[in-house]
Design a protein around this ligand. Structure first.
Ligand SMILES: C[S@@+](CC[C@H](N)C(=O)[O-])C[C@H]1O[C@@H](n2cnc3c(N)ncnc32)[C@H](O)[C@@H]1O
Ligand SMILES: Nc1nc2[nH]cc(C(=O)O)c2c(=O)[nH]1
Ligand code: SF4
Ligand SMILES: [Mg+2]
Length: 247
Protein backbone atom coordinates (compact mmCIF):
# COMPACT_ATOMS: atom_id res chain seq x y z
CA UNK A 1 0.00 0.00 0.00
CA UNK A 2 1.17 3.52 -0.79
CA UNK A 3 2.54 5.38 2.22
CA UNK A 4 0.83 8.64 3.10
CA UNK A 5 2.69 11.68 1.82
CA UNK A 6 4.24 13.37 4.86
CA UNK A 7 5.47 16.77 3.75
CA UNK A 8 7.89 17.39 0.92
CA UNK A 9 10.99 16.23 2.76
CA UNK A 10 10.55 12.79 1.18
CA UNK A 11 10.86 14.47 -2.19
CA UNK A 12 14.43 15.69 -1.66
CA UNK A 13 15.48 12.27 -0.32
CA UNK A 14 13.94 10.02 -2.94
CA UNK A 15 13.65 12.11 -6.06
CA UNK A 16 15.17 15.14 -7.67
CA UNK A 17 13.03 18.01 -8.90
CA UNK A 18 12.26 17.39 -12.58
CA UNK A 19 14.45 19.13 -15.15
CA UNK A 20 11.32 21.09 -16.13
CA UNK A 21 11.61 23.04 -12.82
CA UNK A 22 13.50 26.22 -13.68
CA UNK A 23 14.45 29.05 -11.36
CA UNK A 24 11.56 31.01 -12.90
CA UNK A 25 8.91 28.35 -12.18
CA UNK A 26 6.08 29.75 -10.04
CA UNK A 27 6.52 28.83 -6.38
CA UNK A 28 4.06 28.62 -3.53
CA UNK A 29 4.89 29.03 0.16
CA UNK A 30 3.84 25.63 1.49
CA UNK A 31 3.42 24.74 5.17
CA UNK A 32 2.61 21.04 4.69
CA UNK A 33 1.43 18.48 2.16
CA UNK A 34 -0.30 15.35 3.41
CA UNK A 35 -2.72 12.65 2.35
CA UNK A 36 -5.95 12.06 4.28
CA UNK A 37 -9.70 11.79 3.82
CA UNK A 38 -11.41 15.10 3.12
CA UNK A 39 -13.00 15.52 6.55
CA UNK A 40 -15.33 18.41 5.79
CA UNK A 41 -17.92 19.75 3.36
CA UNK A 42 -19.43 18.32 0.15
CA UNK A 43 -16.47 16.03 -0.61
CA UNK A 44 -16.30 14.46 2.86
CA UNK A 45 -14.76 10.98 2.75
CA UNK A 46 -12.81 11.58 -0.48
CA UNK A 47 -9.16 10.46 -0.43
CA UNK A 48 -7.31 13.73 -0.87
CA UNK A 49 -3.90 15.32 -0.95
CA UNK A 50 -3.94 18.54 1.11
CA UNK A 51 -1.60 21.38 0.16
CA UNK A 52 -1.55 23.89 3.01
CA UNK A 53 -0.24 27.35 2.09
CA UNK A 54 1.26 29.95 4.42
CA UNK A 55 -0.29 33.30 5.32
CA UNK A 56 -3.75 34.55 6.24
CA UNK A 57 -5.54 37.90 6.18
CA UNK A 58 -7.61 37.01 9.28
CA UNK A 59 -6.84 35.94 12.85
CA UNK A 60 -9.87 33.90 13.90
CA UNK A 61 -9.69 33.29 17.68
CA UNK A 62 -10.78 29.65 17.17
CA UNK A 63 -8.41 28.86 14.26
CA UNK A 64 -7.15 25.27 14.44
CA UNK A 65 -4.15 25.88 12.14
CA UNK A 66 -2.41 28.88 13.67
CA UNK A 67 0.93 27.46 12.51
CA UNK A 68 -0.04 28.43 8.94
CA UNK A 69 -0.94 32.10 9.50
CA UNK A 70 2.47 33.77 9.20
CA UNK A 71 3.36 34.22 5.49
CA UNK A 72 7.05 33.71 6.30
CA UNK A 73 6.47 30.15 7.49
CA UNK A 74 6.64 27.25 5.13
CA UNK A 75 8.94 26.70 2.22
CA UNK A 76 8.74 28.05 -1.34
CA UNK A 77 8.10 25.05 -3.59
CA UNK A 78 7.84 25.05 -7.38
CA UNK A 79 4.41 24.00 -8.60
CA UNK A 80 5.98 21.20 -10.67
CA UNK A 81 7.41 19.73 -7.45
CA UNK A 82 3.99 19.89 -5.81
CA UNK A 83 2.59 18.08 -8.86
CA UNK A 84 5.15 15.26 -8.39
CA UNK A 85 4.11 14.77 -4.76
CA UNK A 86 0.46 14.67 -5.86
CA UNK A 87 1.29 12.22 -8.64
CA UNK A 88 2.87 9.80 -6.13
CA UNK A 89 -0.27 9.75 -3.96
CA UNK A 90 -2.74 9.53 -6.89
CA UNK A 91 -5.62 11.05 -4.86
CA UNK A 92 -9.25 11.44 -5.94
CA UNK A 93 -9.08 15.11 -4.99
CA UNK A 94 -6.41 17.77 -4.40
CA UNK A 95 -7.40 20.22 -1.66
CA UNK A 96 -5.67 23.61 -1.53
CA UNK A 97 -5.97 25.19 1.90
CA UNK A 98 -4.08 27.33 4.39
CA UNK A 99 -3.96 29.89 5.88
CA UNK A 100 -5.76 31.73 3.12
CA UNK A 101 -4.74 30.19 -0.21
CA UNK A 102 -6.07 33.03 -2.36
CA UNK A 103 -3.36 35.34 -0.96
CA UNK A 104 -1.08 33.41 -3.39
CA UNK A 105 -3.60 33.59 -6.20
CA UNK A 106 -1.19 33.73 -9.13
CA UNK A 107 0.70 30.60 -8.06
CA UNK A 108 -2.50 28.80 -7.10
CA UNK A 109 -3.88 29.55 -10.58
CA UNK A 110 -0.72 28.05 -12.13
CA UNK A 111 -1.02 24.96 -9.91
CA UNK A 112 -4.69 24.63 -10.88
CA UNK A 113 -3.76 24.85 -14.56
CA UNK A 114 -1.09 22.15 -14.20
CA UNK A 115 -3.11 19.71 -12.09
CA UNK A 116 -6.30 20.18 -14.11
CA UNK A 117 -4.32 19.40 -17.29
CA UNK A 118 -3.11 16.23 -15.56
CA UNK A 119 -6.72 15.23 -14.92
CA UNK A 120 -6.95 15.92 -11.15
CA UNK A 121 -10.12 17.17 -9.51
CA UNK A 122 -9.36 20.11 -7.24
CA UNK A 123 -11.05 21.89 -4.37
CA UNK A 124 -10.02 25.11 -2.62
CA UNK A 125 -10.80 26.03 1.01
CA UNK A 126 -11.20 29.80 1.49
CA UNK A 127 -12.53 32.33 4.00
CA UNK A 128 -14.18 34.23 1.11
CA UNK A 129 -12.75 37.71 1.83
CA UNK A 130 -10.97 37.87 -1.55
CA UNK A 131 -12.85 37.88 -4.87
CA UNK A 132 -14.06 34.65 -6.46
CA UNK A 133 -12.20 33.47 -9.59
CA UNK A 134 -13.36 34.99 -12.86
CA UNK A 135 -14.12 33.05 -16.06
CA UNK A 136 -10.82 32.46 -17.86
CA UNK A 137 -8.81 31.93 -14.65
CA UNK A 138 -7.79 28.26 -14.23
CA UNK A 139 -9.25 28.46 -10.69
CA UNK A 140 -12.68 29.15 -12.18
CA UNK A 141 -12.92 25.48 -13.12
CA UNK A 142 -12.21 24.06 -9.63
CA UNK A 143 -14.54 23.48 -6.67
CA UNK A 144 -14.57 26.00 -3.84
CA UNK A 145 -15.66 25.63 -0.24
CA UNK A 146 -16.10 29.08 1.30
CA UNK A 147 -16.18 29.35 5.09
CA UNK A 148 -17.31 32.92 5.87
CA UNK A 149 -16.02 34.49 9.06
CA UNK A 150 -18.46 37.40 9.40
CA UNK A 151 -21.12 35.12 10.88
CA UNK A 152 -22.29 33.79 13.37
CA UNK A 153 -19.78 35.89 15.34
CA UNK A 154 -17.91 38.41 13.20
CA UNK A 155 -14.12 38.04 13.15
CA UNK A 156 -12.33 41.39 12.81
CA UNK A 157 -11.78 42.28 9.14
CA UNK A 158 -13.93 39.45 7.84
CA UNK A 159 -16.42 40.26 5.08
CA UNK A 160 -17.69 37.81 2.51
CA UNK A 161 -16.86 39.10 -0.98
CA UNK A 162 -20.23 39.24 -2.82
CA UNK A 163 -18.70 37.65 -5.94
CA UNK A 164 -18.81 34.23 -4.18
CA UNK A 165 -22.61 34.24 -4.12
CA UNK A 166 -22.70 35.16 -7.82
CA UNK A 167 -20.12 32.44 -8.59
CA UNK A 168 -22.13 29.85 -6.67
CA UNK A 169 -25.18 30.61 -8.79
CA UNK A 170 -23.18 30.78 -12.03
CA UNK A 171 -21.06 27.62 -11.70
CA UNK A 172 -22.67 25.39 -9.06
CA UNK A 173 -19.11 24.64 -7.88
CA UNK A 174 -19.09 26.98 -4.85
CA UNK A 175 -20.34 25.76 -1.45
CA UNK A 176 -20.58 27.58 1.88
CA UNK A 177 -19.50 25.95 5.13
CA UNK A 178 -20.51 27.81 8.30
CA UNK A 179 -19.17 27.06 11.77
CA UNK A 180 -21.66 26.73 14.61
CA UNK A 181 -22.03 25.24 18.08
CA UNK A 182 -25.35 26.68 19.31
CA UNK A 183 -28.93 27.29 18.14
CA UNK A 184 -28.22 31.07 18.22
CA UNK A 185 -25.34 30.51 15.80
CA UNK A 186 -27.51 28.58 13.33
CA UNK A 187 -30.28 31.17 13.69
CA UNK A 188 -27.79 33.96 12.77
CA UNK A 189 -26.51 31.89 9.82
CA UNK A 190 -30.09 31.37 8.56
CA UNK A 191 -30.69 35.16 8.57
CA UNK A 192 -27.36 35.76 6.77
CA UNK A 193 -27.99 33.10 4.12
CA UNK A 194 -31.39 34.63 3.35
CA UNK A 195 -30.05 38.21 3.25
CA UNK A 196 -27.19 37.33 0.90
CA UNK A 197 -29.30 35.08 -1.34
CA UNK A 198 -26.98 32.10 -0.85
CA UNK A 199 -28.42 28.92 -2.47
CA UNK A 200 -29.55 26.85 0.55
CA UNK A 201 -28.66 23.52 -1.02
CA UNK A 202 -25.05 24.74 -1.16
CA UNK A 203 -24.91 25.49 2.57
CA UNK A 204 -23.27 23.19 5.14
CA UNK A 205 -23.27 23.72 8.89
CA UNK A 206 -20.17 22.31 10.59
CA UNK A 207 -19.36 21.99 14.31
CA UNK A 208 -17.08 24.70 15.69
CA UNK A 209 -14.63 22.60 17.68
CA UNK A 210 -12.14 23.47 20.41
CA UNK A 211 -8.61 22.14 20.82
CA UNK A 212 -8.40 19.21 23.19
CA UNK A 213 -12.05 18.08 23.02
CA UNK A 214 -12.58 14.47 24.07
CA UNK A 215 -14.17 11.99 21.64
CA UNK A 216 -17.30 12.07 23.79
CA UNK A 217 -17.50 15.89 23.59
CA UNK A 218 -16.85 15.82 19.84
CA UNK A 219 -19.57 13.26 19.24
CA UNK A 220 -22.11 15.17 21.39
CA UNK A 221 -21.32 18.41 19.55
CA UNK A 222 -21.74 16.64 16.19
CA UNK A 223 -25.14 15.29 17.31
CA UNK A 224 -26.31 18.74 18.48
CA UNK A 225 -25.16 20.61 15.38
CA UNK A 226 -26.52 17.93 13.01
CA UNK A 227 -29.93 18.25 14.64
CA UNK A 228 -29.82 22.06 14.37
CA UNK A 229 -28.83 21.83 10.68
CA UNK A 230 -31.84 19.58 10.05
CA UNK A 231 -34.16 21.88 12.04
CA UNK A 232 -33.14 24.88 9.93
CA UNK A 233 -33.15 23.05 6.57
CA UNK A 234 -29.40 23.01 5.94
CA UNK A 235 -26.85 20.33 5.04
CA UNK A 236 -24.54 19.16 7.80
CA UNK A 237 -20.81 18.60 7.58
CA UNK A 238 -18.95 16.55 10.16
CA UNK A 239 -15.31 17.05 10.98
CA UNK A 240 -14.76 13.43 10.03
CA UNK A 241 -10.98 13.47 10.44
CA UNK A 242 -11.36 14.45 14.10
CA UNK A 243 -13.83 11.61 14.70
CA UNK A 244 -11.51 9.11 12.98
CA UNK A 245 -8.25 10.31 14.52
CA UNK A 246 -6.88 11.34 11.11
CA UNK A 247 -5.06 14.59 10.38
C1 LIG B 1 -7.86 26.44 8.59
S1 LIG B 1 -9.08 26.96 7.46
C2 LIG B 1 -8.14 27.39 6.01
C3 LIG B 1 -8.96 27.94 4.88
C4 LIG B 1 -9.52 29.35 5.10
N1 LIG B 1 -8.61 30.20 5.79
C5 LIG B 1 -10.85 29.29 5.82
O1 LIG B 1 -10.92 29.72 6.98
O2 LIG B 1 -11.80 28.80 5.23
C6 LIG B 1 -9.82 25.40 6.95
C7 LIG B 1 -11.18 25.12 7.48
O3 LIG B 1 -11.08 24.90 8.88
C8 LIG B 1 -12.17 25.53 9.50
N2 LIG B 1 -11.86 25.74 10.91
C9 LIG B 1 -10.82 26.41 11.44
N3 LIG B 1 -10.83 26.35 12.79
C10 LIG B 1 -11.93 25.62 13.12
C11 LIG B 1 -12.52 25.21 14.36
N4 LIG B 1 -12.01 25.54 15.55
N5 LIG B 1 -13.65 24.47 14.31
C12 LIG B 1 -14.20 24.13 13.12
N6 LIG B 1 -13.69 24.47 11.93
C13 LIG B 1 -12.57 25.22 11.93
C14 LIG B 1 -12.35 26.80 8.69
O4 LIG B 1 -13.62 27.39 8.87
C15 LIG B 1 -12.17 26.27 7.29
O5 LIG B 1 -13.37 25.77 6.78
N1 LIG C 1 -8.80 15.63 6.93
C1 LIG C 1 -8.87 16.96 6.81
N2 LIG C 1 -9.88 17.50 6.10
C2 LIG C 1 -9.87 18.84 5.94
N3 LIG C 1 -10.75 19.59 5.22
C3 LIG C 1 -10.36 20.88 5.28
C4 LIG C 1 -9.20 20.96 6.04
C5 LIG C 1 -8.44 22.22 6.18
O1 LIG C 1 -7.71 22.39 7.15
O2 LIG C 1 -8.61 23.07 5.31
C6 LIG C 1 -8.89 19.68 6.47
C7 LIG C 1 -7.87 19.09 7.27
O3 LIG C 1 -6.99 19.73 7.87
N4 LIG C 1 -7.90 17.73 7.39
S1 SF4 D 1 -9.39 32.49 8.00
FE1 SF4 D 1 -9.00 30.28 8.15
S2 SF4 D 1 -6.76 30.05 8.38
FE2 SF4 D 1 -7.25 32.24 8.67
S3 SF4 D 1 -7.38 32.44 10.88
FE3 SF4 D 1 -9.46 32.03 10.15
S4 SF4 D 1 -9.74 29.78 10.20
FE4 SF4 D 1 -7.55 30.21 10.42
MG1 LIG E 1 -8.10 21.55 9.07
Amino acid sequence: MRRATRGWSSLSKSARPPSSVSSTSPRLRVVEIFTSLQGEGPFTGTRSVFVRLAGCDLRCPFCDTTYSLDPRTGKPIAIEEIAIIVERARPSLVVITGGEPLLQRRGVNELARLLTEQGYRMQLETNGTLPAPRPGEPLYAVHHVVSPKDVPVAVEGARLHPSWVEASRATGRVWFKFLASTREHVEAIAVYVKEKGIPRDHVYIMPLTRDGMSMDELLKLHQQVAKLALDYGFNFSPRLHLLLGLR
